[in-house]
Structures are given as C-alpha cells and as structure tokens.
Design a protein around this ligand. Sequence first.
Ligand code: FAD
Ligand code: DLZ
Ligand code: SF4
Length: 509
Amino acid sequence: MRTLRFVLGDQLSRGLSALAGLDVERDVVLLVEVQEEATYVRHHQQKIALVLSAMRHFADELRAEGVAVDYVRLDDPANTGSFTGELGRALLRHAVDRVVVTEPGEWRVFERMRSWSHAFGTSIEIREDDRFLCSHRRFEAWAKGRKALRMEFFYREMRRETGWLMREGEPEGGRWNFDPENRKALPRDVVPPSRLRFPPDAITREVMALVAQRFGDHFGELDSFGWAVTRSDALEALAEFIAVALPRFGDYQDAMQRGEDFLFHALLSPCINIGLLSPREVCEAALSAWAQGEAPLPAVEGFVRQILGWREYVRGLYWLRMPGYAATNFLEASRPLPAFYWTGETELRCLREAIEGTRRNAYAHHIQRLMITGNFALLAGIAPAEVEAWYLIVYADAFEWVELPNTHGMALHADGGLLGSKPYAASGAYIDRMSDYCGHCIYRPKIKLGADACPFNYLYWHFLMENQRRLAGNPRMAMPYRTLARMTVERRDEIARQSREFLAGLDPS
Ligand code: FAD
Ligand code: DLZ
Ligand code: SF4
C-alpha cells in the first residue's frame, strides 16, 4: 500500500503518529507552505518565519533519512494557498492508496480535514495526536460528571498516573503545589542570565526574506528572530534552560522587570508547540535535574505543573468544549481592542513594556500575558473575540488549542468560570508588587482616584461594579464585594465617572 503522509507546520516531530509505519521505499511525506495559514489571522512575522523555517529544516532531515518528501513552497506559482487545495494537487501528482494525517491543533483545520475524504474520494486516516500526555478519551473520562473542571485536580491525577514527583503514593515534599513559594518579585541583587538565542542560518534567512516581502506589514519585528528551528537547536535550548534558569524558575515565575524579556522562563513553548520537543522529554529533563540535586523541588514542581498540568488541561478543555467554547461571553464584554495593543504607544508603562517586548520577540511571559495585557482587557471589558485574535496573532507559540482557553477562560473569564473559579482581576498594587514598572510610570500605583491615579485601580472597582450581577454570588469574590459595599456612594460615583472618561479616551484599533 502506498501512503501519502501529510504533515502540518506544527507537527514537526519524527515520532508523529502520521509518520508511524512509514515505508521509505513507497510512501511520500507532504509538507505545504500556504498563504491561508499565514493570514487566517495576520500572524506576527516571527511566527510565520518560525513555522516555515522549521518546516524546511524538518523536510531536509527526512530527506537525509532517504524519505521521499514532496515540499510545496509558498512562492511556487501553482500553489493554491490552502491545505485543501494543496492536498488536492498532491493527489494528482502521486498515485497513492490512502492519505494519513495526524489530527490538527485547531478546530478550524479539523473541520476541513473531516471533509477531505468526501471531497477527494480517497481514504483519509486521521490519527490521534499522541504527543500529549493525556489523550482526549482520558480527559473526557476525568471530566465526566464533574461540575467544576479544576486544573489542580486534573494535575494531581496526572501526577499519580505518571508517578512524577511521587513517593509511595504521596506527593514529593508532602505537598502537591509549591505555588506560595513561587511568587517573589525580583530582588535588586539577582541578575537574570542572558539567554541562548539562535542566529538565523541560511534557510531561516531565506524564509525571513520571503516573510518580509509577503507579510512585512504584519505585526512585530522580524530582524530580532532568535528561535530554535531544528530538533538539535531545540535540545540545546532545553539544556540551557535546565542549566541556567530552572533552579530559579519557581522563585521568579511571577516577577516582571523592565528590560528583562525572558527572566527565568523556559522559552520553550514555540519548540514544544510545533513539535521540536515533546512535553514528556521536557518534564523528564527537569525531573532529572531535581534527582541530581541541580534544581530545587519547588522550581521543578512549578515547572512540571505548567506542562503536565496546565498545558494538558487546556488542550483537554479545548477539544471537550469546542466549537461552542469560543462563542461564550459571560461578562458580555464588547469594547473594541485599543489601538495601543498594536503600537505599544500608551502612558501605562506596564502595558508598554509587555507590548513592546511582544513586538520584539513574539513572546511575553505568562504573568505579562495574564496580569498586564490580559488583566487590562478584562477590566476594560474588551470583546473576547478581539482579544483572542490579538493573542493568536502576536505570540510565536500561539495555536488555538492553547491560546483560546488561556485567553477566553483564564484571562477574560468569558467562559463563566469553567477554567478559573474567579476572574484574574487585579489593581495596580499587584503590578507594583511584582515589577519595577510603576516607578517609571506617569501614574502612581498607590493613588486610587484623580489625575495621577493608576488606571488599573479605578478600573478594578469599576469592573466589580459593572459585573456585580454576574460575580457577586461567587464566594471567591466575597471579599472585594464587601470592600466595595463599604465605599460611599460618592466614591463609587467618582470611580465610575473617572473609569468612563478613561475608557472613552481609548482609541479603537
Ligand atoms: P514557562 O513559563 O517557562 O513555562 C514552561 C512551559 O509550560 C511552557 O513552555 C508551556 O509549554 C507550558 N505552559 C505554561 N503555562 C501554560 C499555560 N497556561 N497553558 C499551556 N501551557 C503552559 N501558551 C502557549 O503555548 N501558546 C499560547 O498561545 C498561549 N497563550 C496564552 C494567552 C494568555 C492570555 C495567557 C495568560 C497564557 C497563554 N499561554 C500560551 C500560556 C503561557 O503564558 C505560555 O505557555 C508561556 O508564557 C510560554 O513561555 P515559556 O516557554 O517561557 O514558559
Ligand atoms: C502557523 C502556520 C503558518 C504560518 N504557515 C503554515 C504553513 O504554511 N503550512 C503548514 O502546514 N502550517 C502552517 N502553520 C501552522 C498551521 O496553522 C497549523 O498546523 C494549524 O493551525 C493546525 O494547528
Ligand atoms: Fe501600570 Fe499602574 Fe504601575 Fe503605571 S502605575 S506601570 S499603569 S500598574
């Protein structure tokens, strides 16, 4: 039997299910660069360069093994511009008995994939993506009958199942979660390490020229590209993270610092999400550093929780709840996205830092995404679909299965609490505690009202007032609502007035 094995741009793993059983003598592997994938949202230029360069390197590695690769380039004049069009053309080039694919990471593509068998009259085998640590079936079984789908309980089951950081059935160190230790601001005397970046090689440079020519008007800088684009670079990036950043990953996981784009974060999500590293090997590398005494338990537990817990959990939730998940809007937020999300031109220093870093690197770390750009969008009542499109565009690691639950559920509470038990809403005090941004801002985080007040302060109370009907019944919101109830009517009116004035002054994008 001759098989066409169609591999997508975020499936660049040699162990991919679509490549299992590959017959080097007879089969063909198809990879296609298509306009539609670069423009269904107008991705950051670095994200397009990352995917296309990694695809070209992956194709070369397969060819070096003797595999027949059919690679369609973006600038091929006959390129139809879509997965469906290119599969159709490939089927005319190759006489095959069947097509094998691995399920995609996005619902949008899955719907197309399901139509291919009928459209082409060919047998299309859609295989499960087994690069994850929890299968769809396993997640569904966990979720069945539960009212609340809390990550923490899912994570504990995954710890038990993998046996990671477990001792005789109990969590290592006597606790499941070392988060309370993982919330420090960066002290003055701790200097974050300079991080490994990968200068573009000839293939990447060629792709960058193509991206500049075709997508030069998309968001973000291209010249600062430094992502790993091969499996061997990705392994180097993993080793560097384990050696220089993991030991203090836990301590400073929530810290933010001007001029420090990466701190002690892994910078591995782009590699993992496109398949250059597996989540299992990344966790195992961290576990082995702990076993050898090279990283403390709170750091390793915190890191493993992000991958074994959060990453698997959001993926499970996405496929459990799509397509309806994206359509909910619990807080009925409807304001357009402010223009400064694209330009970074705002007086709010924290937002400027996060957005400028995002333009530079196609990256911001988790707390910037959640507590700066996410928190502002939540407090300002920005329409979820607009915020989600922004997150899908601006980050090199953004694929809908992981971007959507994080934005829609975690940052915006648009799912009404399916993912998080309460909104991650915070005033300027939190940002001031966790960063050095406020000392360099025209606003004052300790001032609550008036021209010098930090906008996050009045917007926080305004958000609570606006959403009282929807949130006051949430036991986890009882404390802020008690504080709100103690405010005088005049103060509440003034908060509402100043918030309305501030929000009216935002330029829509
Ligand atoms: P670290 O902070 O060092 O974490 C280590 C690894 O854990 C990451 O590489 C990633 O694989 C995993 N991880 C950590 N947190 C999460 C999480 N909440 N969900 C899933 N995996 C997680 N992550 C994406 O990969 N793609 C996205 O499009 C994306 N969008 C986000 C949008 C919002 C609003 C928020 C709040 C978070 C989003 N995240 C997303 C999660 C997280 O912010 C990134 O995974 C992380 O910042 C990637 O950087 P890092 O590799 O340095 O991660
Ligand atoms: C993100 C992306 C881009 C920009 N370009 C391509 C491409 O040309 N060819 C390809 O196979 N994949 C690309 N991707 C990744 C896809 O968007 C991704 O595989 C689907 O969204 C499924 O997750
Ligand atoms: Fe951001 Fe407010 Fe701090 Fe300025 S004062 S950096 S707006 S939190």
